[in-house]
Design a protein around this ligand. Sequence first.
Ligand code: ADP
Length: 410
Amino acid sequence: STPATSTTTRQVKLDKESELRIEVGMEIPLRLRLLTGTAEIFGTELPPEIWLSFPPRHKFAVFTWYGATIEMDGITETDYTADETPMVSYVNVHAVLEGRRNHAKASSSTDPDSSQGPRVIVVGPTDSGKSTLSKMLLSWAAKQGWKPTFVDLDIGQGSITIPGCIAATPIEMPIDPVEGIPLEMPLVYFFGHTTPSLNVDLYKVLVKELSQILERQFAGNAESRAAGMVINTMGWIEGVGYEEKLCSMLKDVLKNKPNVDVVKLQKSGGVVSRNTKFRQKTRSYRIREYFYGLANDLSPHSNIANFSDLFVYKIGGGPQAPRSALPIGAEPAADPTRLVLVNINRDLLHLVLAVSFAKEPDQIISSNVAGFIYITDIDIQRKKITYLAPSAGELPSRFLIVGSLTWLET
Ligand code: ADP
């Protein structure tokens, strides 16, 4: 590693229960290390003295329960310390969940109810710190030896895989503050759009598919069943003022459900608001990261296939019933889960497609996906598609799904 220059290196002393909030500059990474005491980043403890390198634009906080000294090397967009944080209330939630996990573990695994650990769903507006809270709860649980399942239903800014997907993965270790969630074998369903409004019915169908698979996995795995899950959602709140109403609305809707608690938590003052443009940028970086790696450490492969080698499907669209079969004046509604074979043409250029695990087309909606490809050229004359894939060689399947997810490689 490069030696730290004295002009950009500085130390920050943090009092107990305070945090250092950082936005890394736009161009160069920031190096940071823990000099004394103990500190964590979103629930994951920092190793003493080891330099960590945070990529440009990364936003995070280093929090300490008992006091710490942090050393930074590099330029930040902003950095400041804050001693007012909601961390105590967050860790109290963790403690309650921990109690429920222990209870689940201790009960007979033949009783499906009592052997079920806590299932937490984090809801709230965009930029309220939902993903961050999810990560903390998962990392604290993992630190104590549990393997909770992380379910990410946020198709706008996913933490597990690229945007436009819903996904789940077990968290076996505290989440790496730089690398994020390991991309080993997540269970991923491709929605194909970054906003649910483009096909709400399909979104619901996919959530249901994912939940059925997870229920099946939990049924056969007492350990992950007891550890429970943390479910992150998208900011589904619309309109000013709805934020205040959300909690009471949920309490009202869920009042007759036993075993459901609604807990209102404060948003951290450190959560950074991101505008539409920034959000688009982050999406684009996520897709780039999928193909090239966070530190350009992956080498994706440009492949060429014949039109006839691949079957590209779109989900939704196309009339359900012929107009003649409908009552007079009624418009034919598009079937949201209809599978449509797409003609391969230049409309596919710059789109990100998912590679389905389906063996037959009619299994596409209920199948998870193996990964993604990016269409870089369509040669109509020679009937050839050029695409970027994580590796060379044949795709795991000839069935591809297309939505509206685009990417402009920069
Ligand atoms: P949401 O999931 O509700 O949209 P996030 O949890 O993704 O919100 O938070 C938005 C941004 O704010 C993220 O980049 C996150 O890393 C950052 N952030 C969250 N909490 C803090 C904090 N305490 N200090 C600094 N940055 C934070």
